[in-house]
Write a protein that binds this ligand. Structure first.
Ligand code: ADP
Ligand code: MG
Length: 240
């Protein structure tokens, strides 16, 4: 059964068609990998789904419910979490405090929110850093902070925007392992990712965008051999 079903989703900024007639679905418990060159419309797609940007047209159904045009707090409360491409932790708060902010979405009681935040910080393997300020954390650790903050909102679907982007190579396997661990914990995932090896490895299905258009949607083995994907994307990146 599909948890998220997007049909004909479109958004233009002036003359730029950031998303044009985008359709895809994500099955319950799956990982959808989203690829495409810079400016393809990947982050915009997340903004449309989560209510940060209002779509021009199309339909978005989450667990059968129409969520088109809902505001971010409504979408979050319905169970869609996200992380941002540009990290924005509260740098002068501790890791624990940052994650508690996520936990307050569902848990107004401060002690319960604290307990839940600690549980999730342990889940992302940062428990020993809980009292460190966010500004003291490495980029890889801040990515984990973002994932923890998003997990604290108890999402059924988590949208991740370039989780492995901008971190040094040696921290990538740990982040990939964490994405798998989240899937194993029952979270359905959509992940925007530039590293094609990671995408091929973890995705159940892949959505490829280019210049606001869907150029392919299918299983990794089909995407790998899709000429439009090869032309638009694989030809332009270093395939390690
Ligand atoms: P990606 O995440 O794939 O790199 P984006 O979704 O960020 O791409 O951007 C897609 C296109 O939409 C780009 O041309 C970008 O400049 C444009 N765009 C995105 N957000 C806005 C906005 N808020 N206002 C104007 N143009 C935007
Ligand atoms: Mg982006």
């Amino acid at each position: 059964m599909s948890l998220l079903k997007v049909e004909g989703l479109s958004k233009a900024f002036g003359g730029i068609h950031a998303n044009e007639d985008i359709s895809f679905e994500i099955g319950q418990g799956e990982i959808l990998g989203i690829i495409g060159p810079n400016g393809a419309g990947k982050s915009t797609l997340f903004d449309l789904i989560t209510g940060y940007t209002r779509p021009d047209r199309g339909s978005i159904r989450f667990d059968g419910q129409n969520i088109f045009g809902l505001k971010p707090d409504r979408v979050s409360r319905l169970g869609i979490g996200r992380t941002f491409q540009k990290l924005k932790p509260f740098t002068d708060l501790t890791l624990l405090e940052n994650v508690m902010i996520g936990a307050f979405a569902h848990e107004p009681d401060i002690r319960h929110a604290r307990d839940k935040a600690l549980e999730i910080i342990d889940f992302v393997d940062l428990i020993e850093k809980r009292h460190h300020f966010a500004r003291e954390l490495s980029t890889g650790q801040r990515k984990r902070l973002e994932l923890a903050r998003a997990m604290a909102t108890e999402p059924r679907l988590l949208l991740m925007d370039e989780v492995t982007g901008g971190v040094d190579q040696k921290t990538i396997p740990g982040l990939v392992a964490l994405i798998r661990k989240m899937k194993d914990a029952g979270v359905t995932i959509a992940t925007i990712e530039h590293n094609i090896n990671i995408i091929m490895e973890i995705s159940d299905h892949i959505l490829a965008l280019d210049q606001g258009q869907r150029i392919a949607f299918g299983k990794p083995e089909d995407i790998q051999n899709d000429q439009r994907v090869i032309d638009a994307y694989l030809g332009t990146v270093d395939v390690a």
